[in-house]
Design a protein around this ligand. Structure first.
Ligand SMILES: NC(=O)c1ccc[n+]([C@@H]2O[C@H](COP(=O)([O-])OP(=O)(O)OC[C@H]3O[C@@H](n4cnc5c(N)ncnc54)[C@H](O)[C@@H]3O)[C@@H](O)[C@H]2O)c1
Length: 269
């Protein structure tokens, strides 16, 4: 029970839909389940209320405490309302976990081909939403004199990556996290980022298979081959890192980015 009685809010805590019943778990769902298993009360916020409910129901069925809420992080009013409802329900906010992020599915492209509207959309979804979530969560956390913000970046922020929207937004998240850490340390608030590498999720693998008209197995094998450990990670690997960073065990850790990438980030050249 490493998060006993803590209140966690996960934006993008649902699971990307898939046609396959054997689809791997996504980062948001794995993190929600892990936080709840460790004693947190979890607000599962997702654009898709169906996806949020499915995860909240899974938590409740396992004996945990969770609530689902519909929230599109493109809308500031919905972010604000979600935070207010979390605090109204459980009285505080200990962990803000920002999981929403898209690339290829949102029209990302190399810089010479990027559509301006697609770029704006990706920046709003990947970066602006995290700024706004913190804008409305920080007053609550400052009032408590405690809290943790976990921002999901990507190894794409620091390794070679072809599409400009994802690269730029995920890199900006690292700077945002450092700013959140330094400007809120005096209030006992920590801010950290996680950089997942090649993780086997529906959003990452199936979206590419669809966009490139290739099989899932083919895309998964190619991704695994690019990792020094020769396998993709799982959403549980990311959730385990989030659990540690959210817990009091990480109480003196702030402003960092933790790579969860099978050593991909160590490769230069
Ligand atoms: N899978 C990977 O290989 C990988 C690698 C690096 C980083 N990441 C990052 O991990 C995060 C999660 O990725 P995942 O593939 O595990 O997906 P996921 O399965 O956690 O799904 C993300 C959830 O976000 C929700 N969502 C999408 N747009 C939303 C919006 N506007 N408002 C609210 N909710 C919205 C979706 O409905 C979905 O339930 C992303 O930030 C991604 O960039 C993933």
């Amino acid at each position: 029970m490493r998060l006993n009685n803590k209140i966690a809010l996960i934006f993008g805590g649902g699971q990307a839909p898939s046609d396959s019943p054997a689809a791997p778990m996504g980062n948001g769902r794995a993190t929600a389940l892990t936080f709840a298993r460790e004693g947190a009360k979890v607000m599962v916020a997702d654009r898709s209320i169906k996806a949020a409910r499915a995860v909240a129901d899974e938590i409740t069925a396992a004996g945990g405490t969770a609530q689902a809420i519909a929230c599109d992080v493109l809308e500031e009013a919905q972010i604000k309302d979600t935070i207010s409802q979390t605090v109204a329900l459980w009285g505080r906010l200990d962990i803000l976990h920002n999981n929403v992020g898209l690339s290829i599915e949102a029209g990302d492209a190399p810089i010479t081909e990027i559509d301006a509207d697609a770029f704006d959309h990706i920046m709003r979804l990947n970066l602006r939403a995290m700024v706004l979530a913190a804008k409305h969560a920080l007053p609550v956390m400052r009032n408590q004199n405690s809290g943790v913000i976990i921002n999901i970046s990507s190894i794409a922020a620091t390794e070679t990556y072809p599409w400009v929207g994802y690269k730029a937004s995920k890199a900006a998240i690292l700077a945002l996290t450092e700013q959140q850490a330094i400007q809120n340390a005096e209030y006992g608030i920590r801010a950290v980022a996680i950089q997942p590498g090649m993780i086997d999720t529906v959003m990452a693998v199936d979206a590419r298979a669809k966009a490139w008209d290739r099989s899932r197995a083919d895309v998964a094998a190619e991704r695994a081959a690019r990792v020094p450990m020769k396998r993709q990670g799982t959403a549980q690997d990311v959730a385990n890192a989030a659990l540690f960073l959210a817990s009091d065990e990480a109480g003196f850790i702030s402003g960092i980015s933790l790579r969860v990438d099978g050593a991909s980030g160590c490769r230069i050249g």
